[in-house]
Design a protein around this ligand. Structure first.
Ligand code: UDP
Ligand code: MG
Length: 315
């Protein structure tokens, strides 16, 4: 477990979900970079329930480089952040770098992250200099960035970038937090004492399509916002209070008109409009509360977060 103290300098953590076409290129580019560092390292792949031949390729790589390769095999798909978490629980390195398997984060950029680490920073976040994603993704990312900036105390230029380096103490804190629905870069940030940021290159996905559907992106970003602040809940309460006060005023005005001007049939649609608006406000609020309650439920029942089917590593 991660409590045994570091035995190598660098642990590279890579979640893998249906990355069969990317893995050969990843191996071919990543290992020479790491060999060239002149420091001890290990690479931990988590196979997050891939349905393709990813696991076979990982087995092959473990057979080829057993001294520096470890593979965690999940029985099912638990999501990118749980895959990273499982590796965090097992890292042996003093410094931990996370990377995507699809080569969107070029392995050559790892070297850049180690600069600030060597200079004494305990958290180095990458931000993508030339983002190579669909316009929708880039735009949605900007929006979420804005919301995060205004609702949490987390300061980062690009929360979506997984190319990051952490000192071991930060990783251990993440592991010990026992977080369930989480967004690792943000969680780790909250434990960092001296964070830094650095621009990294971004490439187009080498092959295949993003594993994130619109639905999964929305869920992930709810994890980010609800996981780190209660501000949405508080804003909603304030807004509801304002609405309630406004509605009360309206009722007073309507009562006055009814008493002194008599019944009015016109304006009924205005009333409907107001009613629909208030109902929708209530529904949004209930949904929001549901998000928190759901996460509370998942946290308090303390269920095992994921299941490891097999562990490939040299003792
Ligand atoms: N990933 C994972 N489990 C998932 C989804 C993704 O382990 O359920 C991995 C995936 O293999 C890749 C990284 O997480 O290494 C980022 O995924 P992807 O490239 O699909 O996301 P995007 O770059 O579109 O944000
Ligand atoms: Mg990607």
């Amino acid at each position: 477990m991660s409590d045994s103290g570091p035995t190598v300098f660098l642990s590279v953590v890579i979640p893998v979900y249906n990355e069969e076409p990317n893995l050969p290129t990843l191996f071919a580019r990543l290992y020479p970079v790491l060999d060239g560092l002149g420091r001890t390292y290990e690479v931990i792949f988590t196979n997050d329930g891939s349905a393709d031949r990813s696991l076979e390729l990982l087995r092959g790589q473990f057979a080829a480089r057993p001294d520096v390769t470890r593979v965690i095999d999940f029985n099912a798909n638990y999501g990118q952040h749980m895959a990273v978490m499982a590796a965090f629980e097992r890292v042996r390195g003093e410094v931990v770098v996370t990377l995507d398997a699809d080569l969107q984060d070029p392995p050559e950029e790892i070297v850049k992250l180690l600069g600030p680490i060597d200079a004494g920073h305990d958290y180095v976040g990458g931000f993508r200099l030339n983002r190579q994603d669909s316009r929708f993704r880039t735009w949605a990312s900007k929006l979420i960035n804005f919301v995060r900036h205004h609702t949490t105390s987390i300061e980062m230029t690009d929360q979506g970038c997984m190319l990051r380096a952490y000192r071991r103490a930060v990783v251990d804190a993440v592991v010990h937090s026992g977080a369930v629905n989480t967004f690792i870069p943000a969680l780790a940030y909250s434990f960092a004492g001296n964070p830094a940021e650095i621009g990294v290159r971004h490439e187009e996905r080498h092959a295949g399509a993003s594993n994130y559907s619109f639905y999964r992106l929305v869920r992930l970003n709810f994890d980010l916002i609800t996981g780190f602040s209660l501000v949405p809940l508080e804003y909603f309460t304030l807004f509801s209070l304002a609405c309630a006060a406004g509605s009360f005023l309206l009722v007073l005005i309507l009562a006055y008109r009814r008493l002194f001007l008599g019944a009015e049939a016109e304006g009924i649609f205005t009333l409907f409009g107001i009613l629909f608006f208030l109902v929708s406000v209530a529904m949004v609020g209930i949904g929001l509360i549901g998000e928190y309650v759901g996460r509370t439920y998942q946290t308090v029942r303390t269920r095992q977060r994921y299941h490891v089917r097999e562990l490939l590593e040299k003792k």
